[in-house]
Design a protein around this ligand. Structure first.
Ligand code: ADP
Length: 319
């Protein structure tokens, strides 16, 4: 193995830069040539590829986003598109590829691996929605961003005696709402994995108000309902003024936390190590605080486990 490529694909996540840096620096340490592929599989198909040296990844470990840029690429989902990509890899002499992204990007990586290119997946997504790993790169930063917002919203809602619904990302996986909700002391946490009853949410608000609570935070994952409709319904049923904040893409940005930088650095280095050992079709993850790698087919087949105990705990502590 002489030359490896690295790309970021799908939704961006803070810490992707730290992972790119780790792949480039660990690769150079092991005397490999590293090529950076821009705009995910798009850049792979179109040959948007540049040589990476030590200084091309200087001053990026602390930056959100991805210096290689990211994109979604429909063409790559077709056999023809992937043929073009395979040809480009051949032309540039790239024998191994590191793909940093979510499950969609991993499916693309899996197909390249089956087509004979040594490919390794690094999980980069704020959603933490991959079943085979405890954490994905970007999740910790995202929940800390949400926590900061909760604090700010608490200040203003306490002054006015309001309730606040904070809508966070998570269409199928409510981990952002669950972790940030528990850490931020939210009164209610509403997740796609669990149904909810508006009446129960209202009851809690009224009980809190009777106890002298000045404000209430309701965490809502985007996949479970419309925040504005819920706010209206709560206001009608309780008489408590209820504001809605949709955090949106704020959750995708910002400097990665120490946890995400360390995770990304370890995973990037593991990816290079695997390629040096002629491994292919592996997904890197973290289990019980250890960096692991498993077959990418197996990784994609593993269903995300909902942490019911944590959900129950959050409920218990917000009575
Ligand atoms: P994420 O990686 O964050 O889950 P997407 O699901 O949008 O993001 O996937 C990113 C890219 O991965 C897609 O735009 C496409 O290029 C590639 N991809 C997704 N699914 C497939 C598939 N079934 N076959 C080949 N490539 C895929």
């Amino acid at each position: 193995m002489r030359t490896i490529g690295v790309l970021t694909s799908g939704g961006d996540a803070p810490g992707m830069n730290a992972a790119i840096r780790a792949v480039v620096r660990a690769g150079i340490y092991h005397n490999l040539r590293i090529m950076g592929i821009e705009r995910g599989y798009n850049g792979l198909i179109n040959g948007e590829i540049k040589n990476m040296d030590l200084s091309s990844v200087a001053d990026i470990i602390h930056r959100g986003g991805t210096i290689l840029k990211t994109a979604r690429c429909e063409e790559f989902k077709t056999e023809e598109g992937r043929k073009k990509a395979l040809n480009v890899l051949k032309v540039f002499g790239i024998e191994g590829l590191v793909v940093i992204g979510g499950d969609g990007s991993f499916t693309g990586a899996q197909k390249l691996s089956h087509a004979g290119i040594r490919t390794i997946g690094i999980p980069g997504t704020i959603d933490n929605d991959l079943g085979y790993t405890d954490y994905t790169i970007g999740f910790d930063t995202a929940i800390n961003t949400v926590l900061e917002s909760i604090s700010k919203i608490r200040d203003t809602s306490a002054s006015h005696g309001r309730a606040n619904i904070i809508e966070v990302m998570g269409r199928h996986c409510g981990d952002i709402a669950l972790y940030a909700g528990l850490a931020g002391g939210a009164e209610s946490i509403i997740l796609p994995e669990e149904g909810f009853e508006t009446n129960k949410v209202c009851e809690k608000l009224i009980k809190g108000k009777m106890r002298g609570k000045l404000h209430s935070i309701i965490m809502l994952a985007e996949g479970i309902g419309n925040a504005f409709e819920l706010g209206k319904e709560i206001e009608e049923k309780t008489g408590i003024e209820t504001k809605v904040t949709v955090l949106g893409h704020i959750q995708r940005g910002g400097n990665p936390t120490a946890f995400d930088r360390v995770l990304a650095s370890k995973m990037g280095a593991r990816a290079v190590e695997l390629l040096l050992n002629n491994k292919s079709g592996r997904a890197i993850g973290m289990n019980s605080n250890k960096i692991i790698d498993i077959d990418i087919d197996e990784a994609l087949a593993k269903k995300k486990r909902f942490d019911k105990e944590m959900y129950q705990l959050a409920k218990q502590l917000s009575i």
